[in-house]
Design a protein around this ligand. Structure first.
Ligand SMILES: Cc1ncc(COP(=O)(O)O)c(C=O)c1O
Length: 409
């Protein structure tokens, strides 16, 4: 008989996890990277060189760089953020994180309490939405169009909240290659967002983890770079550009914020070997690795778009995203994406149902998010064909799949 831990658990724990049963044969979830895009040889060489030269630093929890993370990695980021995002900062403005998810937790812990309100895009990263739900933080969701968060709707939400006496804790935005919609907020809207944030006295929390992945390589300046008033917290990650399993992210923020987050970062420092290796690798290879990775992702997106067009025809609607690793797909209204997820999983296809990626459950009911970065081209083609077949059997759409007219099963 096994010991019963139940009476010992703290109140308000999240629901128990299910044991991992492996990925489905066709996995379009989770935002994993491309296994063939991991720069194994260069990472090995970087780890060896960095360990040989700097390995003694591993005796110190913080690699003799203090609580903000390995200094040479922060110095690389200073140059990279200036070049790519227009951000002027110093290594002292940067905090290395154990994945950018740690940054979400730290900011939420420092700024939010049960009953607070935050603002974000209506369709939003599940990891963000879950965190607000768990903390009892209310979310005002701002609709997104092709140009990203709609500024008229943001202004209206801020004004309505003000009328109710509510000052939101921050505007969280994935402004550059939004997850899941893939949209990029243009420079004019960035100016408007910052002006509204200023006017209503609300900080901005910018989650920029996909910003290096636009197909053109161009991106608007970060909100952090455009703000005249130091009211932006900027979050970044190496997960999407190098490898998610390294679990290294970073934050750029005023000391007024960092000094309140550091006491909450209780892991005594992020992984040392990862930081050593990344500092060495990125200095030499980041600027060439990322454009090659983008091409890799874009080729997979094209395969996914072709597969969806072939298998779903007009039943799958989407905007071709300007970058990133996800496609946000609208299926006919008859499709219940939550049910489709279960049926597709039983057939070996894993998808993210829209309602888990949106605060508007009705709007997202027939939408799904598909990650195209990690499956192979063949898996994309075959997996989308299976998905179409499941969808047709369950919901009668697409009527045609793979150009073959079929009766509903
Ligand atoms: C918008 C967004 N923020 C943060 C994360 C977490 O990234 P990390 O691996 O850096 O913790 C993800 C991962 O998919 C994401 O999509």
């Amino acid at each position: 008989m096994s010991f019963d831990f139940t009476p010992f658990f703290a109140a308000n724990l999240p629901p128990a996890a299910a044991r991992w049963a492996g990925w489905a044969k066709y996995n379009f979830t989770f935002g994993n990277n491309d296994p063939d895009g991991i720069a194994i040889d260069d990472l090995k060489a970087a780890a060896e060189a960095a360990l040989t030269r700097e390995g003694r630093r591993l005796a110190d929890y913080r690699m003799l760089s203090g609580p903000q993370g390995y200094r040479p990695l922060r110095e690389f980021l200073v140059r990279k953020l200036k070049r790519d995002a227009g951000i002027d900062c110093t290594a002292d403005d940067i905090l290395i994180l154990s994945g950018s998810l740690q940054g979400l937790d730290l900011v939420n812990a420092a700024l939010t309490e049960r009953g607070d309100t935050v603002i974000c895009e209506r369709d939003c990263y599940e990891g963000t939405l879950n965190r607000y739900a768990r903390r009892g933080v209310g979310v005002a969701g701002i609709p997104v169009d092709k140009g990203g968060m709609r500024m008229d709707a943001l202004e209206q939400a801020l004004e309505e909240l003000k009328q109710k006496g509510v000052r939101p804790k921050f505007i969280y935005t994935i402004a550059t290659v939004q997850n899941p919609t893939g949209t990029v907020l243009d420079v004019d809207r960035r100016r408007q967002l910052l002006a509204l944030a200023e006017h209503y006295g609300v900080p901005v929390f910018e989650d920029d983890c996909y910003a290096d992945l636009t197909w053109s390589g161009a991106r608007p300046p970060a909100l952090y770079a455009m703000s005249p008033s130091q009211n932006v917290i900027h979050l970044g990650s190496f997960s999407k550009t190098i490898a998610p399993a390294l679990r290294v992210g970073f934050m750029v923020a005023p000391w007024a914020i960092l000094s309140r987050l550091l006491p909450l970062k209780t892991d005594a420092g992020s992984g040392g070997l990862e930081q050593l290796m990344l500092a060495e690798y990125c200095e030499a290879h980041f600027a060439t690795h990322v454009p090659a990775l983008r091409q890799r992702f874009k080729a997979k997106l094209d395969t996914m778009v072709a597969a969806l067009n072939e298998q779903f025809g007009t039943a799958a609607e989407f905007d071709y995203p300007p970058g990133g690793i996800f496609l946000w797909v609208k299926l006919p209204d008859s499709v219940d994406a939550m049910k489709l997820r279960e049926k597709a999983l039983a057939a070996g296809v894993q998808i993210n149902p829209g309602p888990e990626w949106s605060i508007d459950k009705a709007y997202s009911r027939s939408r799904i998010r598909l990650c195209f970065a990690s499956p192979s081209h063949d898996e994309i083609r075959d997996g989308i064909a299976v998905l179409a077949e499941v969808c047709r059997k369950e919901f009668g759409v697409p009527e045609r799949s793979g150009n073959i007219q079929r009766a509903r099963g």
